[in-house]
Design a protein around this ligand. Structure first.
Ligand code: FAD
Length: 465
């Protein structure tokens, strides 16, 4: 029996449930990846970093498979047409893939499943991306949790019943691609209308293992260092988790070997990831509207000039500007900075969180609908288990606490590099002497603050009330 394993957000062969199952149940397996035009056509930038990351990862995977004379088919088009087409051309009996929980993916997969089933072809969609999915963690009334801590407690309780074994696959079952002549099986970035862009990190499983090796030395101190902007105290594995270059089971087993407080806190973050995926499945409306429906009526000011200044990092608040400039340059942002810039957009600039969510969606290398939506709705206080609306981050206080020497700001706002560690967090409060010695003309070299935090804070509370 000849089958296909269709890779999507699981760009690896190690511990891949669909691949393992396909090899178990078939005589011959063809791995494919499809550059999905329904997704690509929506990207604004033809140098999108995510496309480069995927492309480079696929090339590495291809090279890995070629070592044993196996291969990977890289296709391009609308999967709703491409999958049935290739199944017919290659005389395939079943398609295996790992489940994707986002709205578009669910519709696409259900359409393909129906098409294939109609012609007697099986479509297997398997759990791989998470340890517990959709409706596996429910409360005692069989309802989804809306608060993280009880969800986490139940999650950890259920974990005791699960064996996180690695899924192995039989390489001999993979097809030698020299045997496939019927279709074009390889596309370059140019062929699909994109250019290569700098991604500032190593793609593929190799990149994931490199990050894991570095993090193994840091995990025990994660709880102490994870909030410091200048410290690299977190794993930076989110991009790899997003594209599945490493499995969640492998990461959880890694953390389990570290018997430390840092490892416990880090595992909580992996559970937050599953919490937001569960929320997206159980409450799909969050994709377009507030979890707390009453907050849909907030009259955001939506000042477009403020929004532009936030995007480019010219707000006059150094920590916001450093974070946004770093983000624009690399597609990466530290978790606490994501919370601080998100809070600033909603509660200082009084702009709808959906605009910030969209900007992140367009530019984050690790963009994931559920985590991004969860993070934004948490910060905007519109989400489940969110920050209460009256708790508003003070950007200057956050900056002093988590970038105490100002080194992070100096790195991304070089015009402020001569400020001392006390005044760098709020140059506009510095006296003439300090400004002169820092060689910085406010309003010329660096902007004056576009808003006053204390004033906006009160306005935000009123808006919510
Ligand atoms: P670590 O601290 O090492 O955590 C390990 C892993 O746990 C992460 O790789 C990630 O997969 C998961 N994780 C950590 N924190 C969270 C969280 N709060 N929610 C869900 N999962 C989490 N994360 C994304 O993966 N994609 C996004 O698009 C995204 N958008 C966000 C937007 C906002 C406004 C906020 C506040 C947070 C967002 N997050 C997002 C969550 C978090 O910021 C990133 O996962 C984290 O910064 C990634 O860095 P890391 O891999 O070093 O994390």
């Amino acid at each position: 029996k000849k089958t296909i394993v269709w890779l999507r957000r699981d760009l690896r062969v190690q511990d891949n449930v669909a691949l393992s199952k396909a090899c178990e149940l078939s005589e011959c397996v063809i791995p494919i990846f499809i550059f999905d035009t329904n997704i690509l056509n929506q990207l604004k930038n033809n140098e999108d970093r995510r496309v480069s990351f995927i492309f480079q990862t696929l090339k590495k995977l291809e090279a890995e498979l070629k070592e044993s004379k196996k291969g990977l088919l890289i296709l391009y088009g609308d999967p709703m047409l491409e999958v049935p087409k290739i199944v017919k051309k290659l005389n395939i009996e079943a398609v295996f893939c790992n489940k994707d929980y986002e709205g578009y993916a669910k519709k696409r997969d259900s359409y393909i499943c129906n098409e294939l089933n109609g012609s007697g072809i099986s479509f297997y969609s398997l759990k791989d991306q998470v340890i517990f999915e959709e409706n596996e963690i429910l409360n005692l009334q069989d309802k989804p949790y809306k608060v993280f801590t009880p969800y986490k407690n139940m999650w950890l309780k259920k974990l005791k019943e699960v064996n996180l074994k690695q899924h192995i696959f039989n390489k001999d079952k993979l097809i030698d691609l020299n045997n496939i002549k019927e279709i074009k099986i390889d596309y370059s970035l140019q062929d699909i209308g994109f250019k290569s862009s700098q991604i500032h990190l190593l793609p593929g499983r190799e990149g994931a293992l490199e990050k894991l090796k570095i993090f193994a030395k840091k995990i025990d101190r994660y709880h102490l260092n994870r909030d410091l902007f200048d410290e690299d105290g977190t794993s930076q594995l989110s991009v790899h988790l997003r594209f599945g270059t490493i499995s969640i089971r492998e990461l959880f087993c890694f953390a389990d070997k570290h018997n430390s407080q840092g490892a416990v806190i880090w595992k909580n973050e992996l559970i937050w990831r599953e919490f937001y995926k569960m929320i997206l499945c159980q409450f799909p409306n969050v994709e377009n509207s507030s979890f707390k429906r009453e907050y849909e009526n907030i009259k955001w000011e939506n000042n477009s000039e403020f929004y532009e200044k936030w995007c480019v990092g010219m707000t006059g608040y150094p920590i916001i500007d450093a974070a946004m400039r770093h983000f624009n340059k690399t597609g990466w942002m530290h978790n606490r900075l994501r919370m601080v810039v998100a809070s600033f957009l909603c509660k200082d600039l009084l702009i709808d969180y959906k605009k910030g969510e969209k900007y992140f969606a367009e530019n984050l290398l690790d963009y994931d609908l559920s985590a991004n939506n969860g993070g934004w709705q948490w910060s905007a206080s519109t989400g489940c288990d969110a920050q209460p609306y009256f708790r508003i981050f003070n950007p200057e206080a956050q900056s002093k606490k988590f970038d105490p020497n100002g080194n992070y700001i100096r790195q991304f706002c070089p015009e402020l590099k001569l400020f001392d560690e006390k005044s760098i967090h709020a140059p506009s409060s510095a006296n003439h002497k300090v400004l002169n010695s820092a060689k910085c003309r406010l309003g010329v070299d660096y902007p004056n603050p576009i808003i006053q935090h204390d004033v906006q804070r009160l306005k935000a509370i009123k808006l919510f009330k």
